[in-house]
Write a protein that binds this ligand. Structure first.
Ligand code: GUN
Length: 291
């Protein structure tokens, strides 16, 4: 069994991006500029945006965080988005989710200029992705593809079972792995799937992205399978200083010995998602997708 080290892969890709930025700047260009809009006081969102800001610094990007109060109206947020859409000194921006309940996430996502949508959430980018056109890929699926590439994991002709059908992980992941170049035979499973255990047990590659701690057990995994764990559930723990720990969607201790490759939680898929955001921002600065 080989452990997939997301921290190591993220560090390697971070160095590559930093070298590209250094070259851009040495050639007289300006550093890519990412803006994050953070509305309200959600603790996890503040942490995530902090990590994104730190990573921007490490790769040499300019980063700006716009912190807006919880009571910000949808109209005010849309006005801010319009301003960023028109600002030539902003290459890409994200609106950190979740938003306060009085704001429609869908209206907000659709207000972002697809050319600056470095989260890859706008339906134009989703549609382009499904059509195998250049697009900004959503962070988690793209991060997983980077892990498969880095470890040279064979995917062609393999049966990949994706557990979970979310807009930002399960469905894009299934679509990308079925595309030319990855060439998997893909099954998406979800809460209404019959014989889910048997379907997962037939997989060469399992992507667990349902958000239920330790859902995937050893009896559901074929010997030699590749297991990618997207889950992050916070549970109380008396063994950590913080008082909580993270659990994946896979019961790691019993599943790992059966696998050819497996991602741990934390330290697997998680560190890769910010790298994908950095890759998209670099593409935005280079006008690579839309010209
Ligand atoms: N909230 C949790 N993950 C994400 C993400 O990738 N992008 C945005 N905008 N919000 C998030």
């Amino acid at each position: 069994m080989q452990l997939i080290d997301g921290k190591e892969v993220a560090a390697a890709l971070r160095r590559e991006i930093a070298a590209e930025v250094e070259k851009m700047v040495a050639d007289g260009g300006r550093a890519p500029h990412l803006v994050a809009i953070l509305v309200g006081n959600d603790g996890a969102s503040q942490t995530y945006v902090g990590h994104k800001e730190k990573c921007c610094g490490e790769v040499g990007f300019r980063s700006t965080v716009l912190r807006l109060p919880e009571q910000t109206t949808e109209e005010e947020l849309l006005a801010e988005i319009a301003r960023l859409n028109a600002d030539d000194l902003v290459d890409g921006f994200i609106v950190q989710l979740p938003l306060p309940r009085h704001i429609s996430e869908q209206r907000v996502i659709e207000a972002i200029d697809p050319r600056k949508d470095v989260d890859g959430f706008h339906p134009v980018n989703t549609g382009r992705m499904i059509s195998s056109l250049p697009s900004y890929l959503p962070a988690t699926p793209d991060g997983i593809l980077s892990l498969l590439r880095y470890y040279r994991i064979e995917t062609a002709g393999k049966h990949c079972v994706v557990i979970g059908r979310s807009n930002i992980v399960g469905r894009p992941m299934a679509n990308l792995l079925s595309q030319k170049g990855w060439d998997c035979t893909v099954t998406i499973t979800h809460s209404r799937t019959r014989n889910l255990k048997e379907v997962v047990a037939s997989a060469d590659i399992v992507i667990a992205a349902l958000g239920k701690a330790e859902f995937v057990t050893a009896d559901m995994v074929k010997p030699g399978a590749v297991v990618i764990d997207v889950g992050i559930t916070r549970v109380p723990s008396d063994k950590t200083k913080s008082g909580w720990k993270l659990l994946g969607d896979v019961k790691f201790d019993e599943v790992a010995p059966k696998c050819s490759f497996i991602t741990p939680v934390p330290g697997g898929v998680g560190p890769m998602t910010i790298i994908s955001l950095m890759k998209n921002t670099l593409k935005a600065a280079r006008r690579e997708i839309y010209g």
